[in-house]
Design a protein around this ligand. Sequence first.
Ligand code: FMN
Length: 235
Amino acid sequence: MHALIVFAHPEPKSFNGALKDAAIAALEGAGHTVALSDLYAMEFKAVADGGDFPQRTDAARLDYAGEQTAAHEGNSVAPDIAAEQAKLSAADLVIFQFPLWWYSVPAMLKGWLERVLSAGFAYGAGRLFDQAGLSGTRALLSFTTNGQESSYTEDGWHGPISDTLTPLHQGLRFVGFEPLKPFIAWNVHRCAAEERTAMIAAVTDRMAGIAQETPIPYPPMAAYDRRGLLIDPGD
Ligand SMILES: Cc1cc2nc3c(=O)[nH]c(=O)nc-3n(C[C@H](O)[C@H](O)[C@H](O)COP(=O)(O)O)c2cc1C
């Protein structure tokens, strides 16, 4: 198996950095190959704007997704985006390693999603969800929080973690990714040092067997009608 780790943390010595290093070691130890996109180290451009299109088809008004499609079809995708897309095409599994910031991914990673999972390459022309460009590629959200696990439940002040994750998993699914159960390192600042050691051991264990994991089940596109509604089996 070939994995791509998309790492979004500005500090290599962070706990996220330690989780990323442990994941690489465990994957390689299990005989897998690993590519890394260290977005801050790469100084990845995280803002989706007109500068992404060296050959604009409409200079008067920016239609971002339209220009993405035209660039894909015209083979004029910006080099930094094309390089990430080539890494994606080669990957069987993509691991996103990040700290939970504002109940989401850091802006750096959000920008990567917006620019790299582009119209034309990743979705479009009727290619959505399990029929989209990344279908068959598994994805793992691996992230850290400051909140405790108990605070990310129905009665917790942050609400259920599943609510936080829905837009991220939906975005991944929209372009064909098959999400695995997330890896969550809770409360990493205030927990005991032994708990952080246990989290590193847990990510190591998880990576050793990740090639055998089954993605979270979702209904396939064929289960929906043209309005985007689940087809009632009684109809
Ligand atoms: C801008 C910012 C936003 C944050 N938002 C959240 C949040 O929504 N939920 C949460 O549990 N922690 C939040 N945190 C805390 C981080 O998740 C926490 O510092 C990080 O997971 C720790 O990992 P690290 O030591 O590798 O940085 C936020 C921190 C920052 C700097």
